[in-house]
Design a binder for this molecule. Structure first.
Ligand SMILES: [Zn+2]
Length: 185
């Protein structure tokens, strides 16, 4: 799923656990952060984003080449797989539980946000799925739908996800307005 939507659904799921929400939000976007960091790295230090290239192949061509270079970059390749691996998550979770315990706190909040991201991506990536137990196994489990690829209902998924987000935002706003009204009575 795209990064912003991960953050949104994590907020909705954990919003009542206020002490953990900010950390869960960071955890929920953590596996994708490397894309943004390396995107800017390639834009600034690479030779793809130049005025010559924009004149020659246009903006869409340059963006396409940037996206290509991003996902082919060895740092992105390794960290993308590590960040989306249940195995890597499990190892870190074991360390966190050992030092901080099971109960919901900042650390476990971060870990649950991260886990939510991994599970949602497991269900919404088909041809671009990564090995689920990276780096100890090459097993790839492909999701039933893709969040972007129309060949695997990407259009349907985006449509339904968009509607659910719209409905949820409205419910949250109505609840907040009602709570405020009750308080002021
Ligand atoms: Zn992801």
């Amino acid at each position: 799923m795209n990064t912003i939507h991960h953050g949104f659904w994590t907020y909705v799921a954990l919003r009542k656990r206020k002490e953990a929400v900010p950390y869960a939000l960071i955890g929920s976007v953590f596996p994708d952060l490397i894309y943004y960091i390396m995107f800017f790295y390639i834009v600034i230090f690479g030779d793809i984003f130049t005025t010559d290239a924009i004149q020659e192949i246009g903006w869409s061509g340059v963006i396409h080449n940037l996206a290509h270079a991003l996902f082919a970059h060895p740092v992105v390749e390794v960290l993308r797989q590590a960040g989306h691996s249940i195995f890597v998550w499990g190892v870190v979770f074991a360390v966190v539980v050992f030092f901080k315990g099971w109960r919901l706190n900042r650390w476990t909040g971060f870990m649950y946000g991260w886990l939510g991201h991994v599970v949602i991506d497991l269900l919404t990536h088909v041809e671009d799925a990564v090995p689920i137990f990276y780096p100890v196994s090459n097993l790839i489990v492909r999701g039933p739908v893709s969040y972007w690829d129309d060949r695997y209902y990407g259009d349907v998924f985006s449509f339904i996800n968009g509607i659910l987000i719209g409905i949820t935002v409205n419910i949250l706003i109505i609840k907040r307005v009602n709570a405020r009204r009750k308080r002021s009575l």
